[in-house]
Design a protein around this ligand. Sequence first.
Ligand SMILES: [Zn+2]
Length: 1038
Amino acid sequence: MDLEEKREKRPPVTPMMIEEEAALRNGSRGLPPGSWAEAAGPRPRTTERHIAVHKRLVLGFAVSILALLAVTMIAVLLSVRFEECSAAADGPPRASGNGSLPGAARQPPGAGQPPGRPEQEEEEKEARGGEVVEEEEEEEWQRRRELPPWTRPRLPRHLRPLHYNLMLSAFMENFTFSGEVNVQLEVLNASRYIVLHAHRMHIEAVRVAEDKLAGGVRVDRSFFYPQTQVFVVVLNRSLEVQKSYNLKIIYNALIENELLGFFRSSYVLHGERRFLGVTQFSPTHARKAFPCFDEPIYKATFKISIRHQATYLSLSNMPVETSVFEEDGWVTDHFSQTPLMSTYYLAWAVCNFTYRETVTKSGVVVRLYARPDAIRRGSGDYALNITRRLIEFYEDYFKVPYSLPKLDLLAVPKHPYAAMENWGLSVFVEQRILLDPSISSISYLLDVTMVIVHELCHQWFGDLVTPVWWEDVWLKEGFAHYFEFVGTDYLYPGWNMEKQRFLTDVLHEVMLLDGLASSHPVSQEVQQATDIDRVFDWIAYKKGAALIRMLANFMGHSVFQMGLQDYLTIHKYGNAARNDLWNTLSKALKRVGKSVNIQQVMDQWTLQMGYPVITIVGNETTDNVIVISQERFVYDIDAKPKDPALGDSSYLWQIPLTIAVGNTSHISSEAIIWVSNKSEHHRIPALEEASWLLGNINQTGYFRVNYDIRNWRLIINQLTRNHEVISVSNRAGLIDDAFNLARAGYLPQNIPLEIIRYFSEEKDFLPWHAASRALYPLDKLLDRAENYNIFNEYILRQVASMYLKLGWPTNNLNKSLVQASYQHEELRREVIMLACSFGNKHCHQQAATLISDWISSNRNRIPLNVRDIVYCTGVSLMDEDVWEFIWMKFHSTTAVSEKKILLEALTCSDDRNLLNRLLNLSLNSEVVLDQDAIDVIIHVARNPHGRDLAWKFFREKWKILNARYGEALFMNSKLISGVTEFLNTEEELRELKNFIKSYEGGAAVSFSRAVETVEANVRWKKLYKEELFQWLRKSLTH
Ligand SMILES: [Zn+2]
């Protein structure tokens, strides 16, 4: 799953991201208040909407009545009797003859009720009705002095589902569905209870039989237990061990509007709104779509049938086996049976999309489904093409074939994550899969590519071999994230993603987060369903990936690959825990004659939070001896005493430290030193007077390295004289380490700024990117300071010469150029971004000229790769017409990538009234997509003129925001960190603490992280701001 899985750009938490370029600072002019609202307001479409809704209501009602009559008659004719669910609200069976199997499955739920939210009321009633029964049951268990099995956070272990037959009817006209599930159960321990997950549905009938034909086992009663999201069936006798039973449940529910479970979404085609239904079950939402054993360990086979109007098509994990058409314009698709799989990556969809198709060498049929206009434009062709190649890549790399006959990629307008890896039916939000080559930048292309590489990796890591439980979600997410880079290298060999971009986008990114005292281990215990979303955070994704990369490097890539092949082969169609992986990898190492206890090493990295900073100090008295020490790195050293565990020596890691010695023209080959103590002495050969030491070669390790000042000076000299002696990845590593060590107070503030002085000669993208990312938070700490312009001036000086050398791109890249010039174009983009955001005059002028040309000619000739920079600079510098123009374009463009950067550009104004209006409009779903609203708020918070507005807006609208995003925790945590991370005054810290005291709702983890971050910001300003400005003043006068 990709958070935003989650592909979000700035720090915390979101599954896979390319990070965010430094946002642009605003210029001095803005739009006059009021000028925007008229242009901005969504055109009221009340009339059409009412008519449409009215028609739907009438139609829905008519269909419901007809279906009700039909069902009743069939039921009476067949006289099929069912145990009524005792949880049903009013006790007595409903008059509709619900018991009839075929009828019930077809009956629109809520027949006779108006569409709306009947389930909520229903559920409340059920909960009340259930309470009485449940209390009786609980008393019985109390007498036995045991906890009732349904109150425990995990399902009881006495039953195991073997196979599910699931028949669904989707009623798109009133957004309801009905279902009949038949679960074949194996009894491991005798019990009178069946406890399985079911949430937010109405259960019509329950029946238990020894097998499908034999007589039933009487159901005494049944009830929901909402606290653990389970449904309990109490039988009049025990199920017998080793016998197989069939559990049949008939139910109905809503096709929700909230992006989880079986939900609906919509798009406009030829001016008409069209709807689709699609699922998102990970991690715990399958239970909202059908009663099931909704834990990953309960793998079973599934046979799904979906009945829908013939104007729609239906999709699921497997291909359609047969379709049965009815005369009334309905059709039932019967899908082939799945292999053994967990519930969370089961999926289906009902839509009227079209598709394009390709076939892999091994015969896997790959289709991309999207809205018809996108398919016609060819927007899915890029994704389709790379998917075919990637399946071939993974089959070759893992030596395990793709397991299903087909893979569908479904591009949906709305989704809670960037994408979800459902086996054979992976779902992507449109912005992460559709791509129009004529108007997409390289970074957008890279973004799309990596999301696809990620989800395809999951077809093996996740779908084929599944973590036993959610504490090890990083086992699947870490691998998928790591392989984003390996797989992209396969598609674009010149891009060096794994060796380079991984550093800035993953390693540096997550070390920011994991350097907080309030971080958590990558493996984290979790029990309650409501807590499970919490484990999908950047620590799981990015730290997981960084640890896997460190492991691959110290094992050697080919042995690592062999080990993975064994792991997948041994555990396919099953579940595995981290120790299964460590054991398999240790065995692979043994086969090549190496012996490392991988479990022992990796347990320290996965079960302890944070990471070490290694300090290498030359020994003054003994030649060639260095002292290497380790301690836990934290940004807020003051946080240490608060947590005694941080101060003592309990945090120790076994660290594979690679080290090399360099002099003016040469660097030695690397040696590996395993550091496992607090402090160790090591002898280094050939250490001469002028040699410097470099640790963590190519930054393959998940830790920071600090040196004595003498060594830092030697390194700075080396960079100035001949930076190429030090590798590109090490240059980026030195930059990131130095800025962050200084930010945390381990290093004087001037060292990082001195390091980037060689930048007039730096022609590689990665060190620029690392610097730009490290400068960004520093800039945000200073951007409202009085002396800000000194800092500004210093950065502009370092950027000026490369900006002049590189110039602006002159025309749009064509496809063949993409491969060759990626590094160069990204470098140019980075330098232009720094120049424009720090106020380079030429850069501002160029942006203004390009915008004016666009407005006057109505032809957008702005090079794709710098459009976001130009739009934002234009909005911040130019008059209100520009904003209105950008706003108009935001509404009229259909290309998703373009829409996003146009929207973000609107946050670049320095007019506070307009920023406020934009914030208010962001919550209007008709104007701004739900998932984009968060970006609007965060981007306003990054703007120094809007920071306090976004912060105030966030506090005022917290209830609405929490209700909207609370369930997808990563979104909430992205929002919370995005709005608070650059607050840095005592006053703001007080406001944050007061808000936390008074707020209602979850997200405690995100808020404590926010407090720590703001405390560290305030502390840094108090201790180091003046030191930095003094050095800058001195430096600028020289
Ligand atoms: Zn994932």
